[in-house]
Design a protein around this ligand. Structure first.
Ligand code: ADP
Length: 251
């Protein structure tokens, strides 16, 4: 395909713009070949092109499985989450490939990273090593909902499964669509650990329902909503509850 493009003979009157277009296409094909060489499936190539937004140290040995490509929090947003947490112990309840845990580890005293899938925990451990922060993270393979009553921490971070990329097709993403249990029940479980909760949610989340969560406590929890952009693209919405709202930046 590459040689086909290079050999295309254009009439002498071809404008510069068209030539430029051909060149851009060539670069794209080369990049995609590199992704294929890395074993990245065609489904996730779109995400692979943004790999440095996900992990700036991607080239130093970051590992992701297919689901990880869709669901890892972009690094810039994970840094922001970590900046907002108080200087204490953070429980990352659905840690996946570790994008958030790594940034928490850089800013906070200690991180407890939980995932039900042992393969995810192996990926997270590898990725934390790449960033040199593995010693600040306690990795646990387990079901967050079973572990919750025995967990102690200052901030609970919830980045639950959104149901894969199809969440984008929903007009208003309601809290009952979060997995593995609805957002209201999940929030109540988190409150048993600490009243300081950070939830990373889809960009089309029903904000009225998020507001309702803050009234579940008596007195109601402080709430701050943040729209998270990467290169002008809205990637998600973060809801900060409790003391993390007023927390000074920089733990
Ligand atoms: P999605 O692709 O829908 O966005 P994610 O990949 O974000 O889903 O899911 C986040 C992580 O949550 C996954 O790594 C998954 O293994 C983990 N997970 C799911 N259920 C639980 C649970 N009950 N306790 C701990 N981790 C869980």
């Amino acid at each position: 395909m590459l040689s086909h493009i290079t050999k295309t003979s254009n009439p002498p009157s071809l404008c510069r713009r068209k030539k430029q277009k051909c060149r851009t296409r060539r670069v794209k094909i080369i990049r995609n070949r590199k992704a294929t060489k890395e074993g990245v499936s065609s489904l996730v190539q779109k995400y692979w092109l943004q790999r440095y937004n996900l992990f700036s140290k991607y080239d130093e040995g970051i590992k992701l499985d297919e689901e990880g490509w869709f669901s890892v929090t972009p690094e810039e947003i994970a840094i922001r989450h970590a900046e907002k947490c108080a200087n204490g112990v953070v429980i990352d309840c659905f840690s996946g490939a570790g994008g958030n845990s790594i940034q928490f580890a850089k800013k906070c005293r200690r991180v407890v990273a939980i995932d039900i899938n042992p393969e995810k925990v192996v990926l997270a451990m590898n990725n934390a090593k790449v960033y040199g922060v593995e010693e600040y993270i306690d990795f646990i393979v387990g079901d967050f909902f079973q572990l919750a009553p025995s967990l102690k921490g200052d901030v609970v971070f919830l980045s639950p499964p959104w149901g894969g990329p199809s969440y984008k097709d929903i007009q208003s993403f309601t809290l009952d669509l979060l997995k593995p249990i609805d957002g209201y029940s999940m929030f109540q479980v988190a409150q048993v650990i600490a009243p300081n909760i950070i939830m990373f949610l889809p960009r089309n989340i029903d904000l009225n329902q998020v507001e309702e969560l803050s009234w579940l406590s008596s007195p109601p929890l402080d709430l701050e909503i943040e729209f998270n952009y990467v290169h002008n693209n809205l990637k998600g919405v973060t809801a900060y509850f409790g003391d993390v709202v007023a927390a000074p930046l920089g733990c």
